[in-house]
Design a protein around this ligand. Sequence first.
Ligand SMILES: [Zn+2]
Length: 217
Amino acid sequence: MGNDGGTINKVHRLRLTSEPDRSKSPAEQDLRQFQDASIWTCCRLTNKRLRLPLSSDFKGNLLNKESVLEWLLTPEREDFNEEQIKHFSHIKKLNDIVDLKGLRETSEGFQCEFSGDELGKANVKFIYLTNCGDVLPKSSLGLGTQRNRCPKCESPYTDLDVIALNPSKYELGLLQERMHKLEEMNLHHNGKMRSRKKRTRCTDQNTAKRSKKSGKT
Ligand SMILES: [Zn+2]
């Protein structure tokens, strides 16, 4: 976007505190989110209309499963533009996405089977659980018969399994922190163990970053 300093766009402004962004009230942030209805009806990877089955990555993007498969099957990414390639470089295998469940397709978008709410239409925050894939209103968590069980299918989840769909900037920061935690725990976004090979590559990168002995070549 024409930055003068090439390093600026590499700075990740993660919010590490639990303080909300005071420049905008949560209500204002929510309003902005819901005004942009296309994020609830268009696949973020291909801009095509969202059709079931849907998937989502650790950033809470709504994606057509079919688009993700196309993405994974074309390693050269010839059908994707530069921005998409940069934005979705974290999707390298099926373990980097979760198939979403509990959604009904309507003429205008999607409806949550559990609550009956339309996604993006009402002032309802939606999340999905990575352990079962169910899409639910955030407010429904804890409404089940037991705490930390999915209110729809009753499967147990932890806080690390909760992903905000189309997150605010603040929520995205938290999701990025979560992903770092999972990487440290040697886990993929979907909770599966990372293979040794992958782990070694990550470690190599970290080592290379930290080690300044070798100097620049
Ligand atoms: Zn569930």
